[in-house]
Write a protein that binds this ligand. Sequence first.
Ligand code: FAD
Length: 466
Amino acid sequence: MSNVAFSKGEDFATKVPLLIIGAGAAGLCAALAAKEAGGDVVVLERDASPTGSTGLSAGLIPAAGTKFQRVKGISDNPQMFAADIARKANGEADPAVVNAVAVGAAPLVEWLAERHRLPFEVVDNFNYPGHSAMRMHGLPSRTGRELIDRLRNAVEQNEIVILTHSAAELLIVNPDGRILGIEIARPDGTRERIGCDALILACSGFGGNPDLVRRYIPEMGSALYFGHPGNRGHAVMWGSALGAQLAHLGAYQGHGSLATPHNILITWAVIMEGGIQVNCDGRRFCDETCGYSEQAAEVLRQPGGFVWDIFDARIAGVARQFEDFREAEDAGAVLGFDTVEDMAQMIHVPVANFVEEWREVEKLKLIGSRDRYGRQLRAEQSCKPPYHAVKVTGALFHTQGGLAVDACGRVKRKDGTVFPNLFAAGGAAAGVSGSIARGYLSGNGLLTATVLGGLAGRAAAEQLLG
Ligand SMILES: Cc1cc2nc3c(=O)[nH]c(=O)nc-3n(C[C@H](O)[C@H](O)[C@H](O)COP(=O)(O)OP(=O)(O)OC[C@H]3O[C@@H](n4cnc5c(N)ncnc54)[C@H](O)[C@@H]3O)c2cc1C
């Protein structure tokens, strides 16, 4: 079990100025920013090759006021973005961190595009829940695999060392809270201590630790965890032992649209463009457009813990920009039908219930009205045959609670002061989603990983350089 060893001083055989634990988006952005600021940095990664939850994601980063938006005529700014984040989190997110990530996102995306050659584009054919402008920026494949590969490539181009097969297990700390170094374990059982002048925790949250999930997020205690299994909560455990301030441990990103049994993400575009979800009784059960995160628990509460995404061929065309959706089609998860009656029979839901729901939704679309759950329906989202259905379930994607940090990623003590040389970003830090799943605005995960990672890397390097 990971822990903390207090020591008044230690002679390390190996010492580096800046250590970063974790080579996901947070760690790699921190490393690139630190290097650019003149820092000497080494990244530690438990796996043979960095993937993390970043590599499993859709790789979409929200940013407001980018040149990519301007080219498409999208009007947006960081203030609107910050207001969207705060509104979704019901005012519970730390305003200083919200402001830092909202302001920092556009420069971050443009920096990755221009300096590190990540070919971002803005997704402009559908919008995500809670965003008042189209501001999701993705790579051509819309996959996190492409994001992590391109970030790793940039890190290698900048001659930054990533020590793989290096799981950080023990934090070595001076009694005043100054981090002296860490102890890593290798797969062959050997252990090594490495000293550092500053440390960035970019080892994400605790989704891969079922005990912590059950303790802090009981509603997802038995749900499928779809994030990186190596994220076992070291940052939270170390922080707890150090007396750090932990915030919003019940917050998480869920997703209510994971194709089952295929376990492939079905993009929320299928809902935002006019699709609906029905349960095995052929009934809708909520306003699906509130957010995919809170929808995970809603879906799991339905009989059997599954529901059906229902949409048409036009919507499938929008969804097809995602490699995941194309994979789902190849895997046979996306079923096709000529009539809604055929669909109801084939997916084994009561035909009368389903047809009644469907006709009601389509009628309200035509008059641009709200439904009984408050969902705004629009005429341009009317569905026409052929229709599609995908059986989906809810899953836990990643945890959003963690170490409370300031606007540069400096980890806070319980009294609000900061530790002298300890930083955190991404899933290791408390996010900007408030205390529950409903507070998660689409993209908050990679937002705090990339932007806070970059800010923490720069701040750590500048601190070391005096
Ligand atoms: C299916 C899916 C889709 C998603 N889509 C999106 C999206 O489109 N947009 C968005 O904003 N968010 C999305 N998310 C969330 C997003 O992936 C995460 O918020 C983000 O990747 C977190 O980045 P990170 O660098 O903090 O963690 P990670 O990418 O998980 O990286 C953490 C790294 O630390 C390593 N590590 C952990 N512990 C140790 C240790 N003790 N020693 C050494 N190394 C360690 C891990 O092996 C891992 O490589 C999605 C998540 C999932 C699961």
